[in-house]
Design a protein around this ligand. Structure first.
Ligand SMILES: *Cc1c(COP(=O)(O)O)cnc(C)c1O
Length: 420
């Protein structure tokens, strides 16, 4: 029988983390640069067959310029969906078609900014054609986000896209391409995103097949030639120790076979393959380091941390699993059961519920895994909680502060106490 894996590794020794904590007080998120780069290199290599393949890092997952710079240096673009994300990209030196603007319910000033940067604009609705034209003019190149609605395509059931607010229906999509072509648009792309934290590789193969088929149909119906398809994000990661990561090489191989058959086979080569993954690019390579400040025994056994769901909201809002390592007790038996809590006055402020862990003492350091995407980024200030620092563990073992912790002055910066 295959042994079930119950532990997860951390990229630093207890001594090393102790030294880091002596310089940067807990809580903080720390990201492993070498692991981020190795994973990105692997993705690039897997898709090296694909002419012009490009990952646009979904900035919302980890909106830190130092992380974006790592990806930009590797030739990746930035997937932005708000003004702040566009400005971040600009400040990192990412512009033009290295920016993919995949927004929804978009304010006019964001379209103006994206158009000004020469970003690829991906429209979320047919009515946005006119809205974009009025506010920023129509660029040469336009992409639309497809929402396939309630359908079964290939082997996998594609979520419940009909419940999602995103994208155009198929019928709208055809009208939209015709409309923009009529108004002078010359270059075309096709986008979809129908998954979230999906670990089934067939899902992404099916998504590519769906887009290739759609591209063929629109090409033969309207004579529109597409430059790219964008598979979106939603690539899952193994939050639980027993889960397996996505087999990117397998996904790539399957997509290549489909590409050869449908795109090359119909004389439509080249069509570039884009994706805009966030979670898979950084999620597994971030860790929240936090200290135990209280232990409490009532109807249950509680461990109280110096962090809260303001630092990592996923367990509190989705009941998401995040693995916890108790530093220095990696090999101890998990013979205690705890609720691991933060300090918000909200009972869902729990990092783990009924989690078997080694016996924990006040002062222990807990490492909460897989916080590299949608971790710090989802932070908030409710209850007056301050957002933590972000650190980068460099390949040479040194540590760089890539965002300082908020101070109480930051928190009060928007208030004026005068005239009370
Ligand atoms: C959130 C989002 C992504 C990234 O999703 P991940 O799950 O982090 O890969 C990509 N594209 C769009 C349009 C998104 O909204």
């Amino acid at each position: 029988m295959e042994k079930v894996i119950t532990t997860k590794k951390i990229p630093f020794s207890g001594k090393q983390l102790g030294e880091i904590i002596s310089r940067y007080p807990t809580p903080f998120h720390i990201y492993d640069e070498k692991a981020i780069v190795d994973n990105a290199v692997r993705l690039k290599k897997a898709f090296s067959w694909a002419h012009g393949f490009r990952e646009y890092f979904a900035v919302k997952a980890l909106p830190n310029p130092h992380i974006m710079k790592i990806f930009s240096d590797m030739g990746f673009g930035a997937d932005c969906s708000s003004m702040a994300e566009l400005i971040l990209a600009e400040k990192v030196g990412i512009s033009g078609e290295s920016v993919f603007f995949s927004s929804n319910d978009t304010p006019a000033d964001e379209y103006v900014k994206a158009a000004g940067m020469g970003a690829i604009i991906n429209l979320d609705d047919i009515t946005h054609v006119g809205f974009l034209e009025e506010n920023a003019g129509l660029p040469d190149l336009i992409s639309f986000r497809y929402n396939p609605g309630p359908l079964r395509d290939g082997n996998a059931i594609i979520g419940k896209p009909e419940e999602a607010k995103y994208g155009l229906t198929r019928e709208q999509l055809c009208r939209a391409y015709e409309t923009v072509r009529g108004r002078g648009v010359k270059r075309f792309g096709l986008h979809t995103m129908v998954a979230s934290n999906e670990l089934d590789p067939e899902y992404f193969v099916d998504t590519a097949e769906m887009l290739f088929n759609l591209l063929l149909d629109i090409n033969s119906d309207l004579g529109i030639k597409f430059e790219f398809i964008n598979l979106g994000g939603g690539f899952g990661i193994p939050y639980r120790p027993e889960q397996k990561p996505l087999d990117i090489e397998y996904i790539s191989e399957k997509i290549k076979a489909l590409y050869d058959e449908k795109i090359s086979g119909n004389g439509l080569h080249p069509v570039r393959i884009y994706m805009e993954s966030g979670r898979m690019m950084t999620g597994p390579y971030g860790y929240l380091a936090t200290r135990v400040i209280h232990k409490k025994e009532t109807y249950k056994n509680y461990i109280g941390l110096d962090s809260s769901m303001a630092n990592l909201m996923r367990p509190g809002i989705y009941g998401a699993y995040h693995h916890i390592t108790v530093l220095g007790k990696e090999d101890w038996p998990c013979d205690h059961v705890y609720d691991v809590t933060g300090s918000l006055c909200e009972n869902n402020d729990k990092f783990a519920i009924d989690r078997p862990l080694p016996e924990i003492e006040i002062g222990d350091i807990l490492v909460i895994h897989d916080t590299g995407a949608h971790g710090h980024a989802m932070g908030f200030n409710y209850n007056g909680k301050l957002r933590s620092a972000e650190l980068l563990l460099r390949p040479d073992g040194s540590v760089k502060l890539i965002r300082r912790a908020e101070t109480i002055e930051d928190y009060f910066a928007t208030l004026d106490f005068g005239g009370l």
